[in-house]
Design a protein around this ligand. Structure first.
Ligand code: DGT
Ligand code: CA
Ligand code: CA
Ligand code: ZN
Length: 577
């Protein structure tokens, strides 16, 4: 058992004890234990194996024994027994958003709710609203929470699974019977969320590779394991397919399983028109007398069909095949083109790392400049800065910059767009900054027209360099507030305001479907990590993939410019940019 698994067991014990109505102190001890196990600096599994947990604050004797048992045996008898007192389905309820242990217990005790099915029925019959302390509103909230879970069930954000996927690819690559490896599907196409993972290997020993795949440490359960295909569920709940093909089939399988389905359908019909039958195993002439062409990789397939190579990110059947036929595909931006990045937070507002730490990381990433934009005062929940603190920060930034040997820090603010479209700071303050990102954080209940109006008004301000996270969406959690993208893009073009591609994994906002339109109207994109810690600066990598998905070229992205060019850009009045 690893640390995360141990913590999960302890957390579940706490939940079940609470349902049983056990002593709250006992419940809290398990919950605290879970946190300590997760956050301890030392290797808690190693310590527990060697009975060296004594003296650690917050871990009493009972907990110590249980952690020890888990570390040594990989299981916990106490937990198994406790679990057997409840149906498996009770854990489903704990996944519902906005539903805490107290409410769950009340419904369990009085209504016998121990599964999602029963919870839904109880809500729909109005029984939940009648419980003391619940009411109609709570009942509705629970139903909404369940609907959100169903709607977003079993998808993962692109930005959160990179390390997992790379790790599995690396292991597969090292397998002695594997010639070639790739991950296909929506992950390869850089969709903002991914349903299941689709791995592909070229091998002569399909059965063996499939079997070995099912024993990877990331695997939780095996669903299918055959000669050419394996399906598993990973420990994070994600489903994952592996297909084993021959080396000759590999390019075709990779092309097919990369998708999208719509792209494939269009490509196949184009192939037919040209006298080819294309499927996941090969490209065959319809006329049997014609010779089969030699295909070594995906590029050959597109070439034989008379097309430019179509990068995976573009394969959504949104005009890429037509453009490829006319040699008009854009040369897409690449990570190595980025010279710096804007919109980053520090401990001055809600960031986890200091200004110095953020700068250090940016330098390690090989960037030439970093834009700092902490929250403004109306975002009090995030420790937003008032004018005085902001100007003090600007001073600190200027001083620090002098010690950095040419690395530039651009001093800015993520200034709140207030309800009427005015900004959280007056122009006299904003003009002392190098740049500003203007963002909506307080949605109110504005309809689409008024929200759009509000945002456009902010962009009209001379000091607003860029618009932050256009729709405020949180992937898999919260839908966007209503906005008219087309109008916002027009307004950005008219006011020469940059639009941010916020590449925090939860956001990826503005959505990739709108970038080509923005680009065609001459609107610049800034790939911004909205980093609240050093590590999250690395999200610019995911941002670049989404920018590519939006057909963006190097020249469409502001932060591919050098520090010098940025300096000049920021000094030029907006109307002349
Ligand atoms: P996901 O997993 O929901 O995020 O999306 P994908 O695109 O990864 O879809 P998935 O895993 O169902 O299938 C992987 C690829 O395989 C898909 O993008 C295209 C191809 N594919 C799957 N089923 C079909 C099909 O019925 N027809 C065609 N033409 N291609 C298919
Ligand atoms: Ca997939
Ligand atoms: Ca799949
Ligand atoms: Zn923000």
């Amino acid at each position: 058992m690893n640390r995360e698994e141990m913590a999960e067991v302890l957390e579940k014990i706490a939940l079940l004890l609470e349902l049983k109505g056990e002593n709250p102190f006992k419940v809290r001890a398990y919950r605290q234990g879970a946190e300590i196990v997760l956050s301890m600096e030392e290797d808690v599994v190693e310590l527990a194996k060697n009975d060296e947990l004594k003296g650690i604050k917050g871990i009493g004797e009972a907990l110590r024994d249980k952690i020890g048992e888990m570390a040594k045996t990989g299981g916990l008898e106490f937990y198994d027994k406790l679990k057997s007192e409840f149906p498996e389905t009770v854990f489903e309820i704990f996944e519902v958003q906005g539903l805490g242990p107290k409410k769950i217990k009340a419904m369990y005790d009085t209504l016998g709710v121990d599964s999602l099915v029963k919870l839904k029925a109880a809500c729909e019959e109005g029984k939940v609203a009648e419980l003391p302390g619940f009411g109609k509103k709570t009942q509705e909230k629970i139903l909404e929470g369940m609907a959100a879970n169903e709607k977003f069930a079993d998808r993962f954000t692109l930005g959160s699974i990179g390390a997992l996927v790379e790790g599995m690819l690396e292991t597969l690559r090292l397998h002695p019977e594997v010639f070639r490896v790739a991950v296909a599907g929506s992950y390869r196409r850089a969709k903002e969320t991914v349903g299941d993972l689709d791995f592909l290997v070229a091998t002569k020993e399909g059965a063996r590779v499939c079997k070995d795949f099912t024993t990877l440490p990331q695997v939780d359960a095996v669903i299918v394991c055959g000669e050419t295909k394996a399906s598993v569920r990973l420990k994070n709940g994600m489903y994952c397919d592996l297909r084993a093909v021959t080396n000759a089939e590999f390019p075709f399988a990779l092309q097919y399983f990369t998708g999208s389905k719509e792209h494939n359908v269009a490509l196949r019909s184009l192939a037919l028109k040209k006298g080819w039958s294309l499927n996941e195993y090969g490209l065959n002439p319809v006329d049997e007398k014609t010779q089969r062409p030699e295909v070594k990789d995906e590029k050959d397939i597109y070439r034989l069909l008379g097309l430019q190579y179509v990068e995976p990110e573009l394969r959504e059947n949104r005009g890429e095949i037509e453009a490829a036929a006319e040699d008009k595909l854009p040369r897409l931006v690449e990570l190595m083109n980025l010279r710096g990045t804007f919109h980053n937070h520090t401990t001055e507002s809600d960031g986890r790392d200091t200004l110095e730490g953020m700068v250090e990381e940016a330098m390690e990433l090989g960037l030439q400049y970093l834009g700092i934009s902490d929250h403004s005062k109306s975002s009090a929940y995030a420790g937003g800065l008032d004018a005085e603190r902001l100007l003090k920060q600007v001073e600190t930034i200027r001083l620090l910059e002098e010690t950095l040997g040419g690395f530039r820090i651009f001093a800015g603010s993520e200034v709140d767009i207030l309800m009427d479209g005015s900004l959280d700071f007056p122009d006299e303050i904003l003009e002392q900054l190098d740049f500003t990102v203007a963002s909506v954080h307080n949605f109110g209940k504005l309809d689409e027209a008024r929200m759009t109006e509000r945002i456009c008004r902010a962009m009209e301000n001379e000091h607003v360099t860029m618009l932050g996270h256009v729709t405020g969406r949180l992937l898999l959690k919260r839908d966007s507030y209503p906005v008219d993208h087309a109008r916002i893009i027009d307004c950005a073009a008219a006011t020469r305001t940059v639009i941010e591609l916020n590449c925090s994994p939860m956001r990826l906002d503005m959505d990739w479907r709108w970038w080509k339109r923005a680009r065609d109207k001459g609107v610049l994109c800034s790939i911004n990590p909205d980093a609240h810690s050093r590590e999250r600066l690395h999200h610019i990598g995911v941002g670049v993939r989404v920018a590519r998905k939006g057909w963006l070229r190097r020249e469409d992205v502001l932060n591919t410019r050098s520090a010098k060019e940025i300096e000049a850009f920021l000094k030029t009045p907006k109307g002349e940019r």
